[in-house]
Design a protein around this ligand. Structure first.
Ligand code: SF4
Length: 368
């Protein structure tokens, strides 16, 4: 049976549409025992993503979709040589031709902030986090480790990649860890592997800031994303000293690209769209400003994409909301939200303590 040169996947806790409630995904940071019983979570909340006839995931994590797009757009592989697949179909898509298995996670080893608060040795319940449990189950599965013995490289990437040491890689059977924005680095590294060039393993590779893509270089999605997530901006710039998004420059994607990504989601059946950025009110603006017209244009045009429904956005700063009520009202009018028909989003960490703000997040409340 023909197999794919590059197989991109993620564990069972991430390859789920969470019953159309994207933020239920946070339950993956809970403990595997002593919490919601796993069979209930898996059968009622973490239902698997739908699958196509080739074994492809119809919905996939946003980060995997960007890497898929980067690999095809850069010509590293042809569309027919790469697949994004959930764990359930790996037996169908991995085979003799498979040279690279890329595994995405935001919390490979359960050492992220939410996991360490709820689970593991430092958490409320001292049991392994669900995210780490399923990543381990996937990466050590016979289908992946047998392919590795045949010469395929197992590559881990995604926001949780910082958690790996070489010892973890040896223990779990991971050859390469790629950390940081991968749109430019992953195609370079994967094409080296496919050309048969020698790559030192195990190896942890960090993307250099010079290799971050510009906003207009972020490749367009080629399939639908879980939760209909569509990135509108990347980075933040407010410099909170516990925060990762602030470590990369703030960039806003062109509106035409955002609209195309929404159209792609609709084309593959994902009609409910969640606009992603660290603070939606700062779309199109600098670190400390809000450009009313840009934000209104974003919501107006996004909500007019045929078939799409803008159901939420991922983050908004409370300070931006408090300082720009005119923009908030305009968004509410466009989305048709009111006191009874509201939407949820994340504000990130907030505190009423001026001491903590001064110590850790001096610029987050700007202009207050
Ligand atoms: S405002 Fe939010 S995203 Fe920006 S640096 Fe602070 S915590 Fe991070």
């Amino acid at each position: 049976m023909p197999s794919y040169k590059i197989v991109l996947t993620a564990d069972r806790s991430l390859m789920s549409s969470y019953g159309n409630g994207l933020f239920y995904g946070f339950l993956t940071t809970g403990p595997v025992r002593g919490f919601v019983p796993l069979p209930i979570l898996m059968n009622f909340i973490f239902k698997p993503v739908p699958v196509g006839s080739k074994g492809e995931a119809i919905l996939a994590p946003h980060g995997l979709r960007r890497i898929e797009a980067a690999l095809v757009e850069s010509g590293v592989v042809d569309e027919s040589e790469i697949i994004v697949a959930p764990p359930e179909t790996l037996r169908k898509v991995i085979g003799e031709d498979t040279k690279i298995i890329g595994i995405y996670s935001h919390d490979h080893l359960g050492r992220g902030p939410a996991s360490t608060a709820f689970s593991g040795p430092t958490g409320i319940i001292h049991e392994e986090p669900i995210s780490a449990y399923f990543f381990k189950m996937l990466v050590t599965s016979p289908i992946i480790q047998e392919a590795r013995k045949r010469g395929a490289l197992v590559v881990a990437g995604g926001p949780g990649a910082w958690q790996f040491t070489h010892e973890d890689m040896n223990r779990l059977g991971v050859d390469l860890v790629l950390y940081g924005e991968g749109e430019k680095t992953v195609p370079k590294i994967f094409s080296k592997i496919l050309r048969g060039e020698e790559i030192k393993i195990p190896q942890i590779i960090h993307t250099k800031p010079s290799e971050y893509p510009k906003a207009e270089e972020i490749p367009l999605l080629r399939g639908a994303t879980i939760g209909g997530l569509v990135e509108v901006s990347r980075g933040c710039g407010r410099g909170c000293n516990f925060c990762k998004p602030t470590l990369v420059p703030l960039r806003h994607r062109p509106l035409t690209h955002i609209l195309k990504d929404i159209e792609t989601n609709v084309k593959y059946g994902q009609k409910n769209i969640c606009l992603h950025s660290e603070d939606i009110l700062r779309y199109g603006a600098g670190v400390f400003e809000v450009k009313h017209e840009k934000v209104v244009e974003l919501f107006e045009k996004a909500s007019k994409v045929p078939g799409a429904r803008i159901t939420s956005f991922s983050h908004a700063n409370l300070s931006s909301i408090a300082a720009h009520s005119k923009t908030v009202k305009a968004i509410a009018e466009i989305l048709g939200t009111d006191y009874h028909n509201w939407i949820g989003y994340q504000t990130g960490i907030e505190t009423g303590s001026s001491r903590l703000i001064e110590m850790h997040m001096k610029y987050k409340p700007y202009p207050f």
